[in-house]
Design a protein around this ligand. Structure first.
Ligand code: ZN
Length: 253
């Protein structure tokens, strides 16, 4: 490399090229998302969510989750592998390293606190916040998120009942059964539901199915047919696919 310019004095402020000299990381944290692109962060989150199902995240699953072509997934997974955030296992898929997991959980924390704040402080509907949070989660600083969380009393669940990871990256990862898994007559409380489809959330809202609602399967049509549910004091017929997207906690009879 030609060295035509003298080395800049490290103490002088270099306004022209601030990106060339990054400040040293304050603590030996595995990997912060600060240096990652929004796209890379989305990959980490997708891999985290897929891994929660119990196996490595396959290329096709990552592509479907992110709504992109499978062909473009491999390159990014390799990049995240080189950054030490992902272990790419040939034919098996990708798994997060400890650093990748920490980065994914911080992103999920930002996402869920933003959702809470939008609902609590800005009057958004619970069906309206996911897409906003998908965009804002990449831009919000840790300080902003800490202040937003403080302003609404440090919530532990998002508006759809999903647990919010702590700033230290702790989160309850218990896998819950869904309404579709319920036996007839077993009382249960709704804990959380998928928030990716606003129309689905509006549908659940009409049925009174929200976190905290009590549900019971009254009847189950054979061969995977619809379920008749008691939700609070009302009865509704719900398809198995929808019931499978609503996660519950069993209650003692
Ligand atoms: Zn969301």
């Amino acid at each position: 490399m030609p060295q035509s310019k003298p080395k800049p004095n490290p103490k002088a402020k270099s306004k022209s090229k601030p990106k060339q000299r990054r400040p040293q990381a304050p603590a030996p944290q595995p990997a912060t998302t600060g240096a990652l692109t929004g796209q890379a962060e989305d990959y980490l989150k997708a891999i985290y969510e897929l891994e929660q199902r119990g196996s490595a995240a396959g290329t096709n699953d990552i592509a479907a989750r992110l709504g992109i072509a499978a062909a473009s997934v491999t390159g990014m997974v390799q990049r995240l592998h080189r950054l030490g955030l992902v272990r790419a296992e040939r034919y098996r898929g990708a798994r997060l390293t400890e650093g990748g997991r920490a980065a994914a959980l911080q992103l999920i924390r930002r996402h869920r606190i933003i959702e809470c704040y939008l609902v609590e402080r800005l009057g958004f509907g619970w069906d309206d916040v996911h897409d906003e949070a998908e965009r804002l989660e990449h831009a919000a600083s840790d300080d902003l998120i800490a202040r937003m969380a403080d302003a609404i009393g440090n919530p532990t669940e998002d508006p759809h009942g999903a647990p919010i990871p702590t700033a230290a990256g702790e989160v309850d990862e218990t896998r819950l059964p869904s309404i579709a898994d319920l036996g007839e007559g077993e009382p249960a409380t709704v804990v959380r539901m998928s928030d990716r489809d606003p129309a689905f959330l509006r549908y659940l809202d009409e049925l009174g199915i929200r976190p905290g609602a009590t549900v019971q399967v009254l009847d189950r049509a054979p061969f995977g047919g619809p379920l008749t549910l008691r939700v609070g004091a009302n009865e509704h017929v719900v398809g198995t696919a929808a019931a499978g997207q609503v996660f519950i906690r069993l209650e003692p009879r």
